[in-house]
Design a protein around this ligand. Structure first.
Ligand code: ZN
Length: 61
């Protein structure tokens, strides 16, 4: 079996990302904008990433 690298584009900063094989629904952080992204669909090595609304903790200020 060949290992396929997945590619996708960050919806926020449009950085082209190369990722190791992952499964749908997994989350990752964009190395550029640090946004949390979730893999929505995987189509022939091409992934669609969706921004995940991260609940920010109240910093108490
Ligand atoms: Zn990004």
């Amino acid at each position: 079996m060949t290992t396929t690298t997945l590619t996708g584009t960050c919806p926020e900063c449009e950085t082209e990302l190369s990722l190791p094989p992952m499964v749908q629904g997994e989350t990752l952080s964009c190395p550029e904008c640090m946004l949390t992204l979730r893999i929505e669909t995987i189509d022939q090595g091409r992934i669609t990433l969706e921004m995940v609304a991260v609940e920010l903790r109240d910093w108490g200020q």
